[in-house]
Design a protein around this ligand. Structure first.
Ligand code: ADP
Length: 187
């Protein structure tokens, strides 16, 4: 049980939990959002390509994202497992991930779905905006990201549900409490 996806709306706590779970399982946490933000900060070509989409709360084009994920999952540290956070984010990316993993003779073991209600999500993201100043954490863009999640990302869950891979975890409560719930869901 070491090839995992964590999916959930913006603000559900995916990034926070991904790091803790990955540490517990000794696998890398791979966050597409973090990779994009690092590239934006370092002003790389990839960062330049992604920036306008991220700042407006839209998905970065699949052609850009897919290439980045394929290259990251092919690195040595991901050979024995990984926790992927932020990918796939639409059904086309699900099929691309299938293809990437099939080329690596790997399969997803479980999909963690982290849930919380919309009011809580907006509140958390506004708090994070005040603390971290992320360029896509203002109310208008937050509401747009939630809509993009509902329209683009939620539908892909049907594919993984059909494969029997989805475990839903309640993202409300203390951080450590949620981590325990996730570890329980992986047993
Ligand atoms: P959150 O889910 O909390 O909004 P992320 O850090 O996961 O934050 O993603 C931030 C932004 O990065 C997204 O709004 C999107 O623009 C871009 N992004 C991340 N992952 C993907 C992906 N798989 N496909 C396209 N865009 C992505």
């Amino acid at each position: 049980m070491n090839r995992l996806l964590i999916i959930g709306p913006p603000g559900a706590g995916k990034g926070t939990q991904a790091v803790k779970i990955a540490e517990n399982l000794s696998i890398p946490a791979i966050s597409t959002g973090d990779i994009f933000r690092k590239n934006i900060k370092e002003e790389t070509e990839l960062g330049k390509e992604a920036k306008s989409y991220i700042d407006s709360g839209n998905l970065v084009p699949d052609s850009v994202t897919n290439k980045m994920v394929r290259s990251r999952l092919s690195e040595d540290d991901a050979a024995n497992g990984f926790l992927l956070d932020g990918y796939p984010r639409n059904t086309a990316q699900v099929h691309e991930l299938d293809s990437i993993l099939s080329d690596l003779s790997q399969e997803i073991d479980r999909v963690l779905l982290l849930v919380a209600d919309n009011d809580e999500l907006v509140q958390r993201l506004l708090n994070r905006a005040a603390e971290q100043g992320r360029s896509d954490d203002n109310e208008e863009v937050i509401r747009h990201r939630l809509k993009v999640y509902e329209k683009e990302t939620e539908p892909l869950l049907a594919i993984y549900r059909e494969r029997g891979l989805v475990k839903e975890v309640n993202g409300l409560g203390e951080i450590d409490e949620v981590t325990q719930r996730i570890l329980e869901a992986l047993k």
